[in-house]
Each structure stands twice: as structure tokens, then as C-alpha cells.
Design a protein around this ligand. Structure first.
Ligand SMILES: Cc1cc2nc3c(=O)[nH]c(=O)nc-3n(C[C@H](O)[C@H](O)[C@H](O)COP(=O)(O)OP(=O)(O)OC[C@H]3O[C@@H](n4cnc5c(N)ncnc54)[C@H](O)[C@@H]3O)c2cc1C
Length: 377
């Protein structure tokens, strides 16, 4: 076991930190207040080579690994969790699905520009009747000649409306339940893809979350992702990896709240006390625990080892940690912690969302328990 970072990892972390503080931090409060998605941030991330970190250079990526990727999501989220989730969904869910299941032509057409930061990705699974129970989805895909015709709607799509590439899951064989689900790559601009309401949210307000409708949306058969009937598996496997991104996001939020608490102490000359010392050390310990769990899952993914259980544990622990740490930070800042300018109130709102998406924490407990039991039986 080796607990050290490569020089490249140390360099990239320092660069992301500088980028986050200079390019994201100055507008973070205003973007949150007005729910403003800033495409320039994604464009800059692309130019810096961080929109496809784990993919090989052949596919336009950075040729690095998932551990480095997790560190980047963490550092971005330490300043702005909305940017963290925008990049996490783009990479862990949308790009990963194409990288893993796409044809060479799909990789050239979609993955390459996504890895280069020229196209943004999104992942569309949730519907009004199917959140935790993804198998209850109703969006249909009917084969007609050399195309599939999609009808239905998807809710809460991160990067919705802004993204150019949508991974969409639909029922292609209603008799076959989960094995009748197929994945598709749908492009912005395809006829019948309609952008609906943008949600007004508690947290991660400067990432867009939108409803998508499919009204006789003709998707070329060449845009089917993976075999017919593999969609549910693709959706679930994508979420396994997505949880590493969310765990990294939550770790960054916890660290950002602790940073803000320290800044508050310095700015207002708050007297250090045993209570503060105890809280600081406890918060820092919990953040470090989340970081190690996240990095373990990311490292396993990079090494080609199984990572579903580790990713679910990291997501559960890190998101619960983020809420606890942020609540404590708000409390220790007193009334200032309730003000917008304190930042900790934004971190608390952002932290809460990490317990809900990419599988609620109740669902993580079920996933972890099943995996643990399957190991012992
Ligand atoms: C900001 C945001 C961004 C999102 N982005 C995306 C996205 O990009 N793409 C996408 O497809 N979806 C996205 N989602 C949707 C998200 O993944 C779902 O909200 C999540 O899966 C939960 O589904 P639900 O909200 O319908 O809750 P429900 O499934 O209705 O659950 C309600 C409550 O019941 C609990 N519950 C449900 N089933 C069980 C069970 N079997 N045992 C115990 N408890 C249970 C849940 O844990 C939860 O507490 C996003 C959500 C948010 C908030």
C-alpha cells in the first residue's frame, strides 16, 4: 500500500486550486443567488485539459487516472460544488458510458469532443414515476427502420439544456422489464428533444437541473449505445462510478466549509477555545476519512478492480460527513453563518443534495448491505 501522490497529481491539484480561487470563487455567490450556469467555466476546464482526465489521448483525454480525476472534482467543489457536479456528470456518467460501451465511431463523434471540452454531457435516467426505482421508467424507444423513436420525459437532468450530448435510457421491450431497457446517445438539436422547466433548487444552484421531453424524437440506430436490452446495466454501472465523483464533491464541500470557518475566525479575531479546537480536529478527521474512502474507490477503478462497494461506501460516508461538517461550521460561525457572505450556508445547502442524487443514501445502505452479505455467503 502506498499513500503518496505523484508529482503530476500534486501539480494538478495546485493548478485546480489556483483556477478555482481566481476564476470561480469571485462569481460563486452571484451564480448561486441567480442560478447562473457559466459555460465559460466549462470551456476553461476543457482548455486546461480537465474535461477528460481519465480517457486516453487517443480519445482526446488527459491520459491520467480516476484518482487524479477525483482530486480535481474535490478541489473544484471546495470552492463551487455546482462546478464539481457539472464535471462529474459530464465525466463519470456521460463520457464513461460512451468510453465503455461506445463504438469507435461514437467515440470519435462524441467522446473526443467531450474529452476536449467542446461538448458537454448529461445523463437522463430519472422520471416522475421512477427515481430510486429506476426499473419503473416509462420512456419508450420504438424501432422504426434505421432509427428508434423516443417518447416520454426525464426529470432533474444535470447540465440539461446546456449539454450537447445526452445519454438517455428508454424501454425498447416492455415485456422484458429491466432487460428491455436500451441506452441512446441523443444530441441537442435532434427533432423531438424538447427542453422543459429548469428547477429552482435548494443547493448546487448554478448547475442546471432540467426536465427533458421526447416527442417522437427520431434517434439514428447508430446512436444506440451498447446492445439492445443492456440499458439498465449501463445505467447502474455508470452510477457505480458516478458515486466516486459525488464522494469527491462532498469531500470538497466539507473541506470548503472548514476553510470558511478558519477564515471567519481569522477575519473576526474569534477567541480560540477548547470547543473550537475539538470541533476543528473532529471536522478535519471526518473530512480526511471521506477523502481516503473516495481515493480508495477511485484507485480501485483506475486499477481495473471492483469498486461498486467502495464507491457506495465513499458516497454514503462523504455526503453524510459533508452535511455534518457544514452544520457544525454554520453553528460555530453564529449569526454570520446564516448570512450569504459567510459561504458556509451555501456549502450546507450544496452538501444536502449530495445525500440525494446518484442514489439516495437510503439506497446506498441497501446496496452496501447486499454487497457485504454477498461476500459472506
Ligand atoms: C440536484 C439534482 C440533480 C440530479 N441530476 C440527475 C441527473 O443528472 N440525471 C438523473 O437521471 N437524475 C438526476 N437526479 C435525480 C436523482 O438521482 C433522484 O432524485 C434520486 O434518484 C432519488 O429519486 P427521487 O427523488 O424520485 O426519490 P424517491 O425514489 O421517490 O425516494 C423518496 C425517498 O424514499 C426513499 N426510498 C425510496 N426507495 C426506498 C427503498 N427501497 N428503501 C428505503 N428508502 C427508499 C429515498 O431514499 C428517499 O428518501 C438529480 C436530483 C437532484 C436533486
Amino acid at each position: 500500500m502506498q499513500f503518496s501522490y505523484t508529482q503530476d497529481q500534486q501539480d494538478i491539484r495546485a493548478k485546480v486550486r489556483e483556477f478555482a480561487l481566481t476564476k470561480m470563487e469571485p462569481t460563486s455567490e452571484e451564480r448561486d443567488e441567480f442560478e447562473r450556469f457559466d459555460r465559460d467555466i466549462f470551456d476553461s476546464i476543457g482548455e486546461l485539459g480537465w474535461s477528460g482526465i481519465p480517457w486516453s489521448q487517443r480519445f482526446g483525454g488527459g491520459g491520467s487516472d480516476f484518482l487524479t480525476y477525483a482530486m480535481v472534482i474535490e478541489e473544484l467543489s471546495r470552492v463551487c460544488a455546482s462546478t464539481g457536479v457539472m464535471l462529474s456528470v459530464h465525466t463519470s456518467l456521460a463520457s464513461w458510458a460512451i468510453h465503455t460501451y461506445g463504438t469507435d465511431a461514437q467515440k470519435q463523434t462524441y467522446l473526443f469532443p467531450m474529452a476536449q471540452g467542446k461538448k458537454l454531457g448529461a445523463y437522463c435516467l430519472t422520471e416522475s414515476e421512477s427515481g430510486s426505482d429506476a426499473g419503473a421508467m416509462r420512456t419508450t424507444a420504438t424501432k422504426e427502420g434505421d432509427a428508434y423513436v423516443l417518447n416520454g420525459s426525464k426529470l432533474f437532468v444535470t447540465n440539461g439544456g446546456e449539454a450537447e450530448v445526452y445519454i438517455v435510457f428508454a424501454v425498447s421491450d416492455a415485456q422484458n422489464k429491466q432487460k428491455g431497457t436500451t441506452a441512446f446517445i441523443v444530441e441537442k438539436g435532434m427533432e423531438g428533444l424538447i427542453f422543459g422547466t429548469k428547477e429552482n433548487k435548494l443547493g448546487i444552484r448554478s448547475s442546471t437541473t432540467m426536465e427533458l421531453r421526447f416527442e417522437d424524437c427520431r434517434v439514428p440506430a447508430d446512436n444506440r449505445l451498447g446492445p439492445e436490452g443492456e440499458g439498465f446495466r449501463i445505467a447502474m454501472r455508470s452510477l457505480d462510478g458516478g458515486r466516486i465523483g459525488i464522494a469527491a464533491q462532498a469531500t470538497g464541500i466539507g473541506q470548503g466549509a472548514l476553510d470558511a470557518l478558519v477564515a471567519y475566525q481569522e477575519q473576526y479575531g474569534v477567541r480560540r477555545s477548547e470547543l473550537f479546537d475539538a470541533s476543528f480536529s473532529e471536522m478535519a478527521s471526518h473530512i480526511e476519512g471521506a477523502r481516503l474512502l473516495t481515493y480508495q474507490a477511485a484507485w480501485r477503478k483506475s486499477k481495473g478492480l471492483s469498486y461498486g462497494k467502495q464507491a457506495a461506501i465513499a458516497k454514503l460516508f462523504a455526503s453524510d460527513m459533508a452535511v455534518k461538517v457544514c452544520l457544525r461550521a454554520v453553528q460555530l460561525c453564529g449569526v454570520w453563518g446564516c448570512l450569504k457572505e459567510s459561504k458556509v450556508e451555501r456549502y450546507l445547502r450544496d452538501a444536502k443534495v449530495t445525500q440525494i442524487y446518484e442514489g439516495t443514501n437510503e439506497i446506498q445502505r441497501i446496496v452496501i448491505s447486499r454487497l457485504l452479505l454477498s461476500e459472506t455467503t
